[in-house]
Design a protein around this ligand. Sequence first.
Ligand code: C2E
Ligand code: MG
Ligand code: MG
Ligand code: MG
Length: 284
Amino acid sequence: EAKAAGRNTYRTFHPDVGARTATRGQLGLDMREAIRRGEFRLVYQPVVDAGTGGVVSLEALMRWHHPLQGEIAPGDFIPLAEETGLIVPLGSWALHEACREALRWPPHVRVAVNVSGVQIRRDGFEVAVLAALAGSGLPPSRLKLEVTESVLMQDADCVLACLRRLRALGVQVVLDDFGTGYSSLSYLRRFPFDKIKIDRAFIRDIADPDAAAIVRAVVGIGERLGMGIVAEGVETAEQLDLVRREGCTQVQGFLFSRPLPPDEARAYILAAQARAVPRGAGLA
Ligand code: C2E
Ligand code: MG
Ligand code: MG
Ligand code: MG
């Protein structure tokens, strides 16, 4: 009986695993072609000045419109792209595309591009960034790179040197998802980030006094180190009120806008500019 059950388990289990592996493998193969076929798109989510309500930058977020599977979220294909190394051409494509798009925006608005650890540790990353800037004509000061601290954990010296050189050209470097992972404060001493993005888990729980205390402490550290604090994942007016009260200088989240296709993103910037209040007057 046990043997039969075992065999039965094996029979029903095995094809399933095989299918999943094939799908994952197929997805990896599809990805090679997908760049060329133009199946990847960038959508742009506004980052808003907590004081004026004006758009200061937009974060480029990748989307894959797969011909058979429909839209695949970055959480599902970025890790695969990292495993296969395809994140390198894909990341270069995103840099080019985002820089090109940002040229259509008012000149004070920056574009933020997420950079994966695999991508940044490869030789040629710096060249790819410079090529995207030179190829588009976007001034370096209008580009932000978003990295997570995991990027700094391995091979950190080389990565830091590269980021320092880019930063010396005016490219901003943002520490993304702060508060998740190890969040070692030593990273904040090792690299002069322009901004720290507090992970949305803290913003979701900001009504909890403990979460609010942590946000306030990070804001304090940021102020002392000359790093602005961005709150990501602001979904409600109450959360906005609380993160502003704790001193976050910039905010991003569904309350303001979901990530938008290029034309809608541009329209959003122009509309926000028209209704933004003067600095210091506070966000209505
Ligand atoms: P991330 O860089 O932390 O981006 C923020 C994520 O939070 C985005 O998810 C965004 O859509 C989502 N988000 C923004 N506001 C809210 C909100 O108010 N509520 C909720 N629930 N979510 C919000 P998305 O687009 O699915 O991207 C997920 C992650 O995938 C990104 O996290 C980033 O780590 C990675 N990713 C996206 N595009 C790229 C890319 O071009 N290159 C690389 N290397 N990674 C990327
Ligand atoms: Mg990001
Ligand atoms: Mg983030
Ligand atoms: Mg994230």
